[in-house]
Write a protein that binds this ligand. Structure first.
Ligand SMILES: *Cc1c(COP(=O)(O)O)cnc(C)c1O
Length: 354
């Protein structure tokens, strides 16, 4: 043994960095698989049915990424030249490589919501009149929780009100639910009601739930049949994906309620940051994401470098913001180490950079 304490690096860049637990790996080894393009992979079929049941939907489609499930949904629910309403912070707009234009030839109406969340009135005000000059508004997409909004969530009542406006105006409603389980654990609401409000839902298994890969698109049987064609065109028809699906089913059974621990740890980090001088402001913490503002790009870089020297990885979120995301592989002892390093930073780093 080296005399120095060997630190396991603390990686808070994203909740995608988790490794499968031994029990999850065991479930993967035990998976019954087949060729999913022939729809013969029992583990994939079981995951799709399980996820659909949880959200009160008829059917599901297992895909390699949340970008793919979102993009398939947008393709399903728009025609070329249509307009999609979403918030200016939305992942589908900011982080999917211009996929709305590339895949669906649709335009986008950006809303200026509150940390990425918008209201039924925001939607109403942005529906185009039926006039040949305007793109036809056909789809509303909301994100729950909102990544760029610091992990804030919608309640079911807020979602129901937006859904009412969509139904009254013949608009489809899609949910980018990459972190919807964080929202559900925070609100203690029942996901089965989601099926009443959305035409399609994308959930990610590789974020807080801790699987290596995978997302599921949920919808009616008819929509999911069409979605299979689009997934195939995108190159997402896969073969013995059941090894990955088994990890997903395991996570749905075992890794949802524990998200509350991630939320607690995020809250503790935010409390500590309140007393760190280079932290100018912190977005309110509602789930597992902590975003804070620093005075300048230079300080931002210094803070990230300081953390890295202490084996702590965080993500630059724009030029003068830093994001921590708590997850399955971030333990209480790591939390203690992080807090100690942040406290020390308020003494040593401040002299250096401010
Ligand atoms: C991660 C994420 C996605 C999907 O991303 P992939 O990396 O393609 O799986 C979609 N929406 C949000 C809000 C996300 O955070």
């Amino acid at each position: 043994m080296a005399t120095q304490t060997q630190h396991i690096p603390i990686d808070l860049r994203s909740d995608t960095v988790t490794r499968p637990t031994p029990a999850m790996l065991e479930a993967m080894f035990q998976a019954q698989v087949g060729d999913d393009v022939y729809e013969e992979d029992l583990s994939v079929n079981a995951l799709q049915e399980k996820a659909a049941r949880i959200f009160g939907m008829e059917a599901g489609l297992f895909c390699p990424s949340g970008t793919m499930t979102n993009q398939i949904a947008i393709k399903l629910l728009t025609q070329p030249g249509d307009e999609v309403i979403c918030d200016r912070l939305a992942h589908i707009y900011n982080y999917e490589g211009g996929g709305i234009a590339f895949n669906s030839l649709a335009s986008v109406r950006l809303l200026n919501g509150e940390r990425g969340r918008f209201t039924p009135d925001d939607v109403l005000e942005n529906i185009n009149a039926d006039n040949i000059h305007y793109p036809r508004t056909s789809l509303v997409a909301l994100e729950n929780t909102v990544n760029k909004g610091g992990g804030c969530y919608y309640t079911l009542d807020q979602i129901a009100a937006i859904s009412d406006v969509c139904k009254a105006n013949n608009l489809f409603l899609h949910l980018d639910g990459a972190r919807v389980f964080n929202a559900l654990v925070a609100t203690r609401e029942n996901p089965v009601d989601y099926g009443n409000y959305f035409d399609t839902i994308s959930i990610c298994l590789s974020k807080g739930l801790g699987t290596p890969v995978g997302s599921v698109l949920l919808g009616s049987k008819q929509l999911i049949e069409k979605a299979k064609r689009i997934r195939k065109v995108m190159g997402g028809g896969w073969r013995q994906a059941g090894f990955l699906a088994a990890a997903g089913s395991y996570a749905l059974d075992h890794h949802i309620q524990r998200l509350a621990e991630d939320h607690q740890r995020a809250t503790i980090i935010a409390q500590c940051l309140q007393n760190v001088p280079f932290v100018q402001s912190i977005l309110p913490v509602e789930t597992n994401i902590v975003i804070f503002q620093t005075p300048s790009e230079r300080v931002n870089n210094e803070v990230l470098a300081y953390l890295k020297e202490h084996d702590i990885l965080a993500a630059a979120f724009g030029k003068d913001k830093i994001r921590f995301v708590t997850h399955l592989d971030f333990t209480d002892s790591m939390l203690d180490r992080l807090i100690a390093v942040l406290r020390k930073a308020s003494v040593t780093l401040e002299k250096k950079v401010i």
